[in-house]
Design a binder for this molecule. Structure first.
Ligand SMILES: [Ca+2]
Length: 242
């Protein structure tokens, strides 16, 4: 491929050589032979930069509420818990490793989530560490939403028990993970009862270490603030490409 003399252009906003009241870009091209910038002209004529007028009504706003969500859960036997990628803690129920008669401790957390324009959703991620015998799985309520073997809960195992990077993040793609299965239908073994609908769930591929993710839509929450936050719109397009 042979380069031409002019390969690159650039336009500067609010340049004094641009006389148009709205389109204030003035543009140059770079002379590859002389290695110097050459005035090209006003953008209002060249139309290299597509200028979108920015009157105040073009500025967007979103409503952001800061909300607290309560979680009560436990697992057989130990677990690490994350919400929206944030680590909440590690708990170990191994006092009850080898018996069904015991009462599992229930662990309580309160997490803060941002609700944008009323869309209230959080992603729970848990690493389950099991020991042979008794149950396996996790059970709980997340913002009042009980665990269930539904499409909202997915689990997976990995070689060496090493999950993919970012597996706790809300944006992680878990479409290849399997839907969780129920391992016991209610919370009778817990130290205190949870929602009657809550059931123990686990990975369908049994392993002593596995990873589960739950998408919790519209959890109950206490929201203390509702802030209108400015969102900058796209201001320019280059050659009609955003
Ligand atoms: Ca177990």
């Amino acid at each position: 491929m042979e380069m031409s003399v002019y390969e690159v252009w650039v336009c500067l906003e609010n340049h004094p050589c641009a006389l148009h009241p709205v389109d204030t870009y003035f543009c140059w091209v770079f002379n590859e032979m002389t290695q110097s910038w050459v005035p090209f002209g006003e953008n209002v004529d060249l139309k290299l930069v597509h200028v979108i007028p920015r009157p105040s009504e073009c500025v967007g706003y979103v409503n952001i509420s800061h909300c607290a969500v309560n979680i009560s859960m436990t697992a057989d036997n130990a677990f690490e818990l994350f919400v929206n990628g944030v680590y909440l803690g590690y708990e170990d129920n191994c006092n009850f490793c080898h018996t069904w008669k015991s009462q599992y401790l229930v662990y309580d957390y309160t997490v803060n989530i941002d609700v944008i324009d009323g869309e209230r959703e959080m992603v729970v991620a848990a690493k389950i560490i099991d020991w042979p015998g008794g149950l396996t799985g996790l059970i709980g309520t997340f913002g009042g939403v009980p665990t269930s073997a539904s499409a909202n809960w997915k689990c997976a195992t990995f070689p060496g028990d090493v999950p993919p990077r970012g597996w706790t993040a809300r944006s992680f793609n878990d479409s290849q993970w399997s839907q969780a299965v129920q391992t016991f239908p209610d919370s009778r073994f817990l130290q205190r009862p949870l929602d009657k609908q809550a059931s123990w769930i686990a990975s369908p591929t049994y392993n002593l270490r596995y990873f589960c993710r739950g998408v919790i839509k519209n959890p109950e929450a206490v929201c203390t603030q509702n802030v209108k936050q400015k969102v900058q719109p796209y201001e320019i397009q280059l050659n009609d490409l955003v």
